[in-house]
Design a protein around this ligand. Structure first.
Ligand SMILES: Nc1nc2c(ncn2[C@@H]2O[C@H](COP(=O)(O)OP(=O)(O)OP(=O)(O)O)[C@@H](O)[C@H]2O)c(=O)[nH]1
Ligand SMILES: [Mg+2]
Ligand SMILES: [Zn+2]
Length: 289
């Protein structure tokens, strides 16, 4: 048996990477009966057949599983925004961060199109750095920050996510010349009414595997209990157990350690507002079901 990673799935064929070799596989019949899904990113055992074909016999345990895009065993999410065109939306960034944290995927933040602003990075970027997130400030025009980002991809499965037009595909093209992912102007994308990037595929880059995803501009919060939301805001999680009431949701309750920290400027008010907005959404959802 050979072990490898599913890098692509296409009309019933699974492309399994094992070092430099790629095996084009069918699934063993049992998968159909068990209704077991095989995802891009899965580690599988296969039995070789003729030439470079084979049959997948077994899927090894998954560490995690993303729904959108459907990828298993993701090490990190590179949440990408642009300095401008399109303007960064920090509420959407916080949504991506909550989604990644709750899926067991380490998020890092990439702010692209640095050339539109210059050397001085926007202040909010440092806020996220201080919270503890890895931050990359890049430009595919001036090739800034690309070496650092490239190094971060080594030995991992990374998913690039973020709104359409921020330059996810352009970044990957710059990191690995010859990749030739399609890129485009936002205006052209809107005209066509769809995104440039579509298929889910793990691309080998710099000793790592990377997924380029189509951008999206809205994102539902994951299915997490409202009471757990604070754990996905690392700077709020630190205050666990410090409020007067153990059931404190850090909203209206008196003697709340988090509200106090916001008043003192220890917690950023914008982040806290996004927390409250997400809390409200999750509470509404719990009321409906
Ligand atoms: N000024 C500037 N423009 C950039 C930079 N990187 C990419 N662009 C431009 O931004 C536009 C969108 O780039 P894409 O790479 O297609 O964006 P994307 O995030 O992959 O978009 P989707 O696939 O639709 O999600 C293109 O016109 C790029 O040339 C950059 O660093 N600076
Ligand atoms: Mg793209
Ligand atoms: Zn509280």
């Amino acid at each position: 048996m050979i072990e490898g990673i599913v890098v692509k799935a296409y009309s019933g064929y699974y492309y399994v990477q094992d070092g430099d070799a790629q095996w084009i596989c069918r699934l063993r019949g049992k998968f159909r009966y068990d209704k077991q899904k095989v995802l891009v990113g899965d580690r599988v055992r296969l039995k070789p057949a003729e030439k470079n074909t084979g049959v997948v016999y077994e899927v090894l345990n998954r560490r995690n599983e993303l729904l959108r895009p459907p990828v298993a065993n993701v090490d990190q999410g590179v949440i990408t925004f642009a300095v401008a065109h399109p303007e960064p939306n920090l509420s959407l960034l916080d949504r991506f961060l909550v989604l990644a944290e709750s899926s067991g995927v380490k998020p890092v933040i990439c702010l692209n199109k640095a050339d539109l602003l210059g050397e001085q990075e926007p202040e909010w970027l440092d806020l996220y750095r201080r919270i503890g997130y890895g931050v990359f400030y890049t430009s595919t025009k001036y090739n800034t920050g690309l070496d650092e980002l490239r190094a971060e991809l080594r030995g991992k499965i990374s998913v690039f996510a973020g709104p359409s037009g921020v330059g996810k595909s352009s970044l990957l093209n710059s990191i690995k010349p010859g990749l030739k992912l399609k890129t485009g102007e936002i205006s052209e994308k809107l005209k066509r009414g769809r995104h440039t990037t579509r298929h889910v595929e793990l691309l080998p880059i710099n000793g790592g595997l990377v997924v380029d995803t189509p951008g999206f501009s809205n994102l539902n919060l994951p299915e997490i209990p409202a009471a757990e939301l604070m754990h996905y805001f690392p700077e709020l999680a630190k205050f666990q157990g410090k409020c007067r009431f153990t059931s404190c949701t850090h909203n209206m309750e008196p003697q709340c350690a988090i509200k106090k920290a916001v008043d003192l400027g220890e917690i950023d008010a914008g982040r806290y507002n996004n927390y409250l907005q997400f809390l409200n959404e999750l509470t509404e959802r719990e009321r409906r079901y």
